[in-house]
Design a protein around this ligand. Structure first.
Ligand SMILES: Nc1nc2c(ncn2[C@@H]2O[C@H](COP(=O)(O)OP(=O)(O)OP(=O)(O)O)[C@@H](O)[C@H]2O)c(=O)[nH]1
Ligand SMILES: [Mg+2]
Length: 263
């Protein structure tokens, strides 16, 4: 009787430990504070206002008129809801200075979306979209990375009308090129922001989120389809005794490597 009791208790303890382990194993997924995680990168020449834009976006009251050049990469977070889904943005604010290039480009690969930024009164920053930033992006980003072009410092246009006109000209040629190469949609246009006045900053991020959501949605559907196929394969493999599940799972992960970060 004693041993039976003892046995039962021991079994119960083991079972509850197993439950706890299972529970513990699943906890990080249940406790996560988002449905979708997007990694967003800001790129563009030094001093175009990347850090000012991120600061405005993550803290609406922030504005710093003095220029403190970013060293390497900075990192900020903002979460919000879209269509009942909790979206979390991991924002990587890269340094524009060339000496940090090897550090900053190592972040491109993990990005789901890119904000490409120039200064509306600095023709050189616009020329470099084509000469520096697009090649960097093509070289280091995953295919399918979403992109939005931002013209910052809209508030300075009236002070520098001549350079603003030259910059506009360069950018419209660049946008034309992106469209013909299908890098952006036919209706996509430059978003004009002023980090100083806090104008259009939220809209710029929202535009990118919309584009990333579309891609995400397509990926999610594709995953569901593949999962269904996998179930069918497992069923049929039980019948014929073929296919290992783990082989299916790993080829599935290889086909969609970025999905772990999305879901
Ligand atoms: N007038 C005006 N000034 C701006 C605006 N955005 C940024 N600035 C100023 O431009 C300077 C450079 O801004 P940052 O945000 O540091 O530029 P950055 O692109 O992060 O530069 P790096 O970190 O070197 O790549 C700072 O003095 C900002 O205050 C804007 O919309 N209007
Ligand atoms: Mg910066």
């Amino acid at each position: 009787m004693d041993s039976l009791l003892f046995g039962t208790t021991a079994a119960a303890t083991t079972a509850s430990a197993a439950v706890q382990r299972t529970h513990h194993h699943h906890q990080p997924i249940l406790d996560r504070d988002y449905d979708v995680l997007f990694k967003v990168l800001l790129i563009g020449d030094s001093a175009v206002g990347k850090t000012s834009i991120v600061d405005r976006y993550t803290d609406p009251r922030s504005w710093n008129p003095s220029y403190i050049s970013t060293i390497g990469v900075d990192f900020k977070i903002r979460s919000f809801d879209v269509d009942g889904k909790r979206i979390k943005l991991q924002i990587w604010d890269t340094a524009g200075q060339e000496r940090f290039r090897s550090i900053t480009t190592s972040y491109y690969r993990g990005g789901h979306g890119i904000l490409m930024i120039y200064d509306q009164t600095d023709p050189k920053s616009a020329r470099n979209l084509d000469q520096v930033w697009l090649p960097e992006l093509q070289h280091h980003c995953r295919p399918g990375t979403e992109m939005v072009v931002i013209g910052n410092k809209a508030d300075l246009r009236s002070e520098h009308p001549a350079s603003a006109a030259v910059t506009d000209e360069i950018v419209s040629r660049f946008m034309g090129k992106l469209k013909t190469q299908d890098k952006i949609g036919a209706d996509d246009h430059v978003i004009s922001t002023s980090a100083k006045l806090g104008e259009n900053v939220d809209e710029a991020f929202l535009q990118l989120v919309k584009q990333m959501m579309k891609t995400h949605h397509i990926r999610a559907q594709e995953m569901e389809r593949q999962q269904e196929e996998k179930k069918l394969r497992i069923k049929s493999s039980r019948l014929v005794g073929g296919y290992g599940t783990s082989a299916c799972a790993s080829s599935w992960a290889a086909m969609c490597p970025s999905f772990c970060t999305l879901m």
